[in-house]
Design a protein around this ligand. Sequence first.
Ligand SMILES: [Zn+2]
Ligand SMILES: [Zn+2]
Length: 268
Amino acid sequence: MADDPPARRRLPGLMATTSSPRTTSVRRSTAEQLAPVLRAHADIQDVCAPVVDVAAAHRRIAGGQVAYEALGVVRSCGDLSAQFARVLESFEVAGLVSNADRVALLDGDVDVDDLVCGWFRGDRAPSAARRRIARMGAIVIGNAVVRAATARVGTSSRWASWSRVICPACGGAPDIALIERGQRFLVCSCCDAQWRSPHSGCLGCDAVDSPTGIARIGNPALGYDLMMCNSCGRFLKERPRRGLGSLLVERTITAELDVAAEQRGLRI
Ligand SMILES: [Zn+2]
Ligand SMILES: [Zn+2]
């Protein structure tokens, strides 16, 4: 049964990709293109220093509460404008933004903190192209910051007995399910934490694969199944755990699945 109101969030896929008959070639070429962004993402995780009360986080998880409050953790990192400049630079090198747009965004009135917090709150993505780039940059920063915060809380053994649908670390909604030896693990769309799924069917209502429950559409080119619930309107992308690449790359190559689901009015 659904025990948590799911947060609605734009997922951190960075661009629309075209399908390829070869999963590995899509993954490899996307990872190559995003290499500058992945470096910036890793650097931000190294330097952002989010403040997490680790002992309190462990007590909260043991009591069934999420480890930390994501917005407070983001704010504990202070001014994020240097990180924003770093990410925009990586976007330009990766060919995701023009030099003119990058300069305009740096000279403009972008409130990075507000954009990052807006992503956590589930604000809708802006429609203007330049604002969308700013939002993409904020997602890379936000994901790096909460990844670093979750790493401080511990490894997945810390939440081995977690039985909720929301992320045990940050409270985010899962967007990807990973199957390994008959077990299903969920991946947080915000901080990338993984935990054992309490359900094998829909995360919102526990419906199972059936014409009236979950519709499952396989995408062999990407190596994912898109699972859409006809009962409660949630969707999830599922794949084998083996061979999982960088989640930034995984979300980028599967962005078209998110768009297809969202166009049907579904949410994670
Ligand atoms: Zn999380
Ligand atoms: Zn459902």
